[in-house]
Design a protein around this ligand. Sequence first.
Ligand code: FE
Length: 194
Amino acid sequence: MKGATPDLFDLQQKPQQREDVDDGCVVLRGFVDDSGAVVAAIDGVVAAAPLRKMSTPSGTMSVAMTNCGALGWTADRSGYRYAPTDPTTTTPWPPLPAALSTLATTAAQAAGYPGFLPDTCLINEYLPGASMGLHQDKNERDRSAPIVSVSLGLPAVFLWGGAQRTAPTKKLRLEHGDVVVFGGPSRLCFHGVQ
Ligand code: FE
């Protein structure tokens, strides 16, 4: 795991690993340098707050999800919201592990968003056949904070759209250890997983 504040030298070591996708959206290829620690942290969260397929107003998601941190993103038949407790266990979400919060802070800094301190982490498990339709991340109160998305495991195709749902989408192949960061002018862009 990198330190909380990688210096300029660290960032200059990997200039080829940064891909600018859009104004405010960056892919950091292979940014996760200790995926074992990250996976262990996720395993700890999942043990306390099991992955589950949430219902939504329009059906049931194909992706299994859980959360850690002060708040967690949840859905049910009535809508989407952040809540301090896990509706399935009725206890608070597990704490945000340092391996995850440090990774988010360092990735955000590398992408041009210094000083990011996450208070939640949504964990999505995509088994073969699972997908995520185009959507905006808009349940967060503070949209000055970027979204940091870490890919682990099998490759997947990330769909990157625009401000409108009907905008053309770019297909980005994300591999184990890649991190996507989007904020600023990209913060409310539509995105999904094929
Ligand atoms: Fe999203």
